[in-house]
Design a protein around this ligand. Structure first.
Ligand code: UDP
Ligand code: MG
Length: 314
């Protein structure tokens, strides 16, 4: 029987865990052609989360847990989950029931059809402010603009990944992680499933606007070195301006037989030296970008099939 690992990062989720377990138990008991593992990653919770997980595990042997030594953040909790999951596929889920577990049976249906990455796309986002919706939409647009890798819209971490995607992701060991960009980057056969995102069932969100801004910056900088090119792009118009103004000044001096005036010389000098400086920053940026990409030490590619055989990335 195939095994499904449901990975759930949990940070101070004492209020939601019992409710979450109820829903998951109902789901797991209703699907009988798969074995299940619920893998909790306790991300250094300061409340009773770990005790509750241990209590649940005493009742239900399908529950496993990893207790991290401190709070590392959701991204790191997720890769720990991938490292410890024993299933033939994994499902990422939040602990707060914003992602309906019932969707997992639909994920499994598509997985059986041969899709490797079945992700849930939000039709609606209940309980979120328009500001959060607007900023996240803008963010997607900027991100997609900066990179050639297609990015899935309105998608979070709620998804099913085949074993070979798991193996692929485990090879991306960078410390500044951005899962969303990694899911896109590894590729493979993707399938979207639409759903309504519910509000958090209990407890409080761990995100605040600073956290979101940090996440956005991490997303952009981990996806592309585009921002480093900014200097080069600014340098070009500066030099064009310098060129045009130089011609103008020279022509004016020649035709009217006057000397170069002090303010004209000043403008020319400012344009020249600021142009040089921006250009030098750009050059440093180019090298920095290359170093950045190399230090990530990513595999260069993943193979989907070799002579009709699916590549597993082991
Ligand atoms: N989480 C975590 N470590 C953290 C912050 C959050 O493991 O440092 C978990 C949290 O327990 C939840 C999931 O990540 O299962 C999503 O967090 P939350 O619901 O607070 O985020 P939101 O849904 O508001 O974006
Ligand atoms: Mg949530």
């Amino acid at each position: 029987m195939k095994k499904v690992s449901i990975i759930i990062p949990a940070y101070n989720e004492e209020e939601t865990l019992p409710l979450l377990y109820e829903r998951l138990k109902k789901l797991m008991d209703s699907i009988d052609n798969y074995e299940f593992e619920i893998l909790f990653i306790n991300d250094g919770s300061k409340d009773k989360t770990l005790e509750i997980i241990k209590m649940l595990r005493a009742q239900d042997k399908r529950i496993n847990y990893v207790n991290l030594s401190r709070n590392f953040g959701k991204e790191i909790a997720m890769i720990a989950g991938l490292d410890y999951a024993i299933g033939d596929c994994v499902v990422f889920m939040d602990a707060d029931l914003q992602d309906p577990p019932e969707l997992i049976s639909e994920f499994l249906k598509y997985w059986e059809q041969g899709y490797d990455d079945v992700y849930a796309r939000r039709k609606s986002r209940k309980g979120e402010t328009w500001l959060k919706k607007f900023t996240s939409k803008m963010y997607y647009n900027v991100l997609q603009h900066l990179t050639k890798v297609p990015i899935q819209k309105d998608t979070g971490d709620f998804r099913l990944l085949d074993k070979r995607c798991v193996n692929a992701l485990k090879k991306l060991r960078e410390t500044q992680r951005n899962s969303k960009s990694m899911f896109s980057w590894i590729g493979y056969n993707k399938k979207e499933v639409l759903y309504d995102r519910d509000p958090r069932i209990a407890g409080k969100t761990k995100w605040n606007y600073k956290g979101l801004v940090d996440l956005a910056i991490d997303g952009i900088t981990s996806f592309s070195t585009g921002p480093l090119r900014l200097s080069t792009y600014i340098a070009i118009p500066t030099f064009i301006l310098l060129f045009i103004y130089t011609i103008y000044v020279i022509l004016k001096c020649l035709t009217l037989h006057v000397m170069v005036e002090a303010f004209q010389a000043t403008i020319l000098l400012i344009l020249f030296f600021s142009g040089i400086q921006i250009l030098l920053f750009g050059i440093i940026g180019e090298y920095l970008g290359r170093i950045f990409n190399e230090t990530k030490n990513r595999p260069l590619y993943f193979v989907d099939e070799y002579n009709d055989n699916k590549e597993t990335n082991e």
